[in-house]
Design a protein around this ligand. Structure first.
Ligand code: TRP
Ligand code: SF4
Length: 329
């Protein structure tokens, strides 16, 4: 049996924001030091919801992978590739679809929720219902046994484990059951105080220019009860504080904010201005690397192709085993 192998994927949504950084990438950076890692661009997954408008996908992939590299995801340590370059994901998806009971998919809470919530797209498709099956194929085609995901993806992972058990029950113990590596991530709120998300239009991007960062933070929502400079505020309900001071200010500054906010001795603009340079400073090296990588128009493509070759070798070996176990070869 191989050592622990980590696998995770991200949909190609284009340029990434602070929510992605603290929710996913910071964790990947640690994992790539400790484990063999496979990180992939889930471009087929993007089609489960955006099948009607796939046009921007190429550029979105490029921008997202530029961000991965800029924060320090290292193609020498981790295998980075594009899902659609490794056709074995699709082959295993077909085989797993034969054994996955419809009832398991229909009772998936995320499925039911998204059908309700997403109104601008028709999600009554086979692909959307079956997306946890594709996700299972993504994982076990590499015999990955550790999958870092946020809490919202935990039900999918449970489904993956059930499908894997069912496969092993019918055809023999081919796959390890993938374990969830639940990642505790700090709360990252957007400029309007809701969860940071591209679709809410409230995101601060890792690639935003310093002036843009400054403007976005200056316009960020604060404790809404603090209407006037003379009103006392509460940092614990202030989106600016929760996200930026908590993550980027030292203890002394945090003390200064708590005191000044609750006693109304500082104003919100002053408070914001104290953290802006820290955020810009953190992004400095990341943006510098991005600028370097952007100079080479072939770079991303070639990294993804190299990664796909490595991933394909593993996937091909495992699929040979699967075909044999199922009597297909
Ligand atoms: N479904 C995940 C998301 O939307 C992306 C994903 C696809 C994934 N396949 C995966 C994550 C396999 C972990 C493992 O974020
Ligand atoms: Fe938020 Fe700072 Fe304003 Fe308090 S002073 S409400 S912590 S921005």
């Amino acid at each position: 049996m191989h050592q622990s192998r980590v696998l995770s994927g991200m949909r190609p949504t284009g340029k990434l924001h602070f929510g992605h950084y603290h929710g996913v990438l910071a964790n990947w950076l640690k994992l790539q030091e400790e484990y063999e890692c496979f990180f992939f661009v889930a471009d087929w997954h993007a089609l489960t919801t955006d099948y009607a408008s796939p046009k921007g996908i190429r550029e979105n992939i490029r921008q997202m992978v530029l961000d991965w590299l800029s924060v320090g995801i290292d193609p020498k340590r981790a295998t980075i590739f594009r899902q659609s370059s490794v056709r074995e994901h699709a082959e295993l998806f077909v085989l797993l679809s034969m054994i996955t009971p419809l009832s398991w998919l229909e009772r998936n809470p995320t499925y039911k929720e998204q059908l309700q919530e997403i109104r601008d797209k028709d999600l009554h498709t086979f692909g959307f219902l079956g997306y946890p099956v594709l996700q299972t194929a993504d994982i076990i085609v590499y015999k990955a046994d550790k999958v870092p995901v946020g809490i919202d993806q935990a039900p999918h992972l449970e489904l993956s484990r059930e499908i894997t058990r069912r496969f092993n029950h019918f055809y023999g113990p081919v796959f390890p059951e993938p374990q969830t590596l639940l990642t505790a991530s700090p709360k990252v709120l957007g400029t309007d105080g809701r969860k940071m998300s591209k679709s809410y239009n409230n995101a601060i991007l890792l690639s935003d220019a310093p002036e843009v960062i400054e403007q976005k933070i200056l316009h960020m929502m604060t404790d809404t009860a603090r209407k006037r400079r003379t009103d006392a505020g509460n940092p614990d309900v202030c989106p600016l504080f929760i996200t930026f001071h908590t993550l980027y200010s030292d203890e002394k500054t945090i003390e200064w904010v708590r005191e000044g906010c609750t006693k109304a001795t500082i104003g919100c603009t002053e408070c914001k201005k104290s953290v802006i340079p820290k955020v810009i400073e953190m992004l400095g090296p990341i943006q510098k690397r991005r600028a370097e990588f952007e100079k080479d128009p072939e770079l991303i493509e070639s990294i993804l192709n190299e990664g796909a070759k490595k991933a394909s070798r593993v996937a091909a070996d495992n699929m040979a085993e699967v075909r044999k176990a199922m009597g297909l070869e």
